[in-house]
Write a protein that binds this ligand. Structure first.
Ligand code: C5P
Length: 408
C-alpha cells in the first residue's frame, strides 16, 4: 500500500527525532517517495543531511531560505504529499497546529494541507498529560487528524511514563493503515459476485458452483480502501456486507441490466460473477411434469456482460476473472483482449485450495502486454486486497510531480 506513495514527514524538536530516521528509511525501502521538513529545533537533534541521505531528497527547514522558491515551498510540499506524518510532535507543535499558527515552514505547510495527517506526539509525561496539551490534541482530533498514542516506558528526561515515540515499525504500520483506508476514497467500484440462475421452470434452474466468496471479499476490500461500493450478486448464501449498495439478481439478463444501470457512474468494475454462458430459450411457465424418457432443453447464448462493458468503456478500469480447468494462461489472455480488460485474474478451479466454495485461491494476474503475476495459495480476502491494490494503482496513476529542484 505504501509503494509509490508520496509521504511528507515533519520532524519537530524532540529527542526522539533520531527514531524518525529509521521511519524514513523503512518507508523509502517500502517504495515510498519520502520528503522531510524540519523545524529548526529539530535540526539540533538530527542533521538535515541525515534525512537527505536516507530519502535521496532535499530537506526543507527554512521558510525564507531560498529566495527564488520561498513562496512555493510550503504549497509545493503540501501538493506533493499523499499524507503527512508529524513525528516526533512536540507540545509546542500541537499547540500551534491546534490554533492555526503558521510561523515556520512546517506549520505553514500543515495549514496548506487538506489530506491525511498522522501525528505522533512525544514528550515528558507531565507535558503530555497537561490539560493544555490534551485540549490541543482534542482539537486536532476533531478536525480529522489522526493521533498515534505515545508509548509508555523510559523517557529521555530520566523518568518512566507515557510519552515515548512509538517504535518506527509501529509508526510505519499506522501509515500503512491510513493508505489502506484511503487509496480508493472518492472512487466508486462495482463488483459482481456469485453465480447466475437460469430458470428451466418455476422450480428448477441451471446454476453453477460459485459461492460468491471471491466477489464478496473484493467488495469488502474495496470498502476498506475507502471506496463507495455497489455489489451486484447472483446466487450466494453469504450475508451482504454492510455499508454498500447491494443488488440481488438472478439471471444473466438481470445481472446485465443491473450492471449497465450503474456502469456510467463507476470508476471500476470487477466482474467476479460466474455468469452462465447459456440460458433456457423458453423456460416453462409451470413446473415441468415427469413423462417422457428424455427431455431436451434448448439453450441460447447469454449476453457477455463484460465484453459489452469492454466496448462501452471510457475511463473505467475493467477487471475480469477466468476460471479455467485447462490452458489457463492462454484462455485468460484471450479473454483479456476480447473483453478489453485492464487485467484478468486467472485460476485453475480444479486445483486444491482454489476455485469454487473454498476460502482460498491460487491465482495469477495477467496484464495487457503479457506480464504475469503468479500468487501462491492465499485466502480469498488476501487475494481481494491484491486485486484492489492494483485497481487503486490504475485509478491513481496520474501521480503529482514535485515541482522543485532538489539541488536548491
Ligand atoms: O468468457 P468467460 O465466461 O470465461 O469470461 C469470464 C469473465 O467474463 C468473468 O469475469 C465473468 O464475470 C465475465 N462474464 C460476463 N458475462 C458472461 C460470461 C462471463 O460478464 N456472459
Amino acid at each position: 500500500m505504501i509503494d509509490k506513495k508520496n509521504i511528507l514527514i515533519g520532524v519537530t524538536g524532540g529527542i526522539a527525532a533520531y527514531k524518525v530516521v529509521e521511519v524514513a528509511s523503512r518507508l523509502k525501502k517500502s517504495g515510498a517517495n519520502v520528503r522531510v521538513m524540519m523545524t529548526s529545533a529539530a535540526t539540533e537533534f538530527v542533521s538535515p543531511r541525515t534525512f537527505q541521505e536516507i530519502t535521496g531528497n532535499a530537506v526543507f527547514v527554512e521558510m525564507f531560505g531560498d529566495a527564488a522558491h520561498f513562496h512555493v515551498a510550503h504549497i509545493a510540499l503540501a501538493d506533493f504529499a499523499d499524507m503527512v506524518l508529524i513525528a516526533p510532535a512536540t507540545a509546542n507543535f500541537l499547540a500551534k497546529a491546534a490554533h492555526g499558527i503558521a510561523d515556520d515552514l512546517l506549520t505553514t505547510t500543515i495549514l496548506a494541507f487538506d489530506r491525511e495527517i498522522l501525528i505522533a506526539p512525544s514528550m515528558n509525561t507531565k507535558m503530555f498529560e497537561n490539560p493544555a496539551t490534551q485540549a490541543n490534541l482534542e482539537i486536532l482530533k476533531s478536525r480529522g487528524m489522526k493521533i498515534l498514542e505515545p508509548a509508555t516506558g523510559n523517557l529521555a528526561c530520566g523518568i518512566s511514563g507515557k510519552g515515548r515515540l512509538p517504535e518506527p515499525v509501529d509508526i510505519c504500520a499506522a501509515i500503512e493503515k491510513i493508505f489502506t483506508g484511503t487509496v480508493l476514497s472518492g472512487k466508486k467500484i462495482l463488483v459482481t459476485a456469485g453465480g447466475t440462475v437460469e430458470a428451466i421452470d418455476p422450480v428448477r434452474y441451471i446454476g453453477n458452483r460459485s459461492s460468491g466468496r471471491m466477489g464478496f471479499e473484493i467488495a469488502k476490500a474495496a470498502l476498506s480502501a475507502g471506496a463507495e461500493v455497489i455489489l451486484i450478486s447472483g446466487k450466494s448464501e453469504l450475508a451482504p456486507p454492510k455499508n454498500l449498495k447491494f443488488v440481488k439478481t438472478e439471471s444473466a439478463i438481470e445481472m446485465r441490466e443491473a450492471v449497465l444501470k450503474d456502469f456510467d457512474s463507476v470508476d471500476a468494475v470487477i466482474m467476479s460473477a460466474a455468469v452462465a454462458d447459456y440460458r433456457v430459450k423458453n423456460p416453462a411457465a409451470q413446473k415441468i411434469k415427469k413423462s417422457a424418457e428424455t427431455l431436451t432443453l434448448e439453450l441460447v447464448k447469454n449476453p457477455d456482460i463484460l465484453k459489452e462493458l469492454g466496448n462501452l468503456k471510457k475511463s473505467q478500469v475493467l477487471v475480469g476473472f477466468a476460471a479455467e480447468t485447462q490452458n489457463i494462461l492462454e484462455y485468460a489472455n484471450k479473454k483479456l483482449v476480447e473483453k478489453n480488460l485492464d487485467f484478468i485474474v486467472a485460476n485453475d478451479v480444479t486445483a486444491e485450495g482454489a476455485g469454487f466454495n473454498v476460502s482460498t485461491n491460487i491465482a495469477s494476474i495477467i496484464w495487457r502486454g503479457g506480464e504475469v503475476e503468479n500468487f501462491p495459495k492465499m485466502s480469498k480476502a488476501e487475494l481481494a486486497e491484491k486485486i484492489i491494490e492494483r485497481v487503486a494503482d490504475l485509478l491513481n496513476k496520474d501521480k503529482k510531480f514535485f515541482p522543485m529542484n532538489d539541488n536548491q
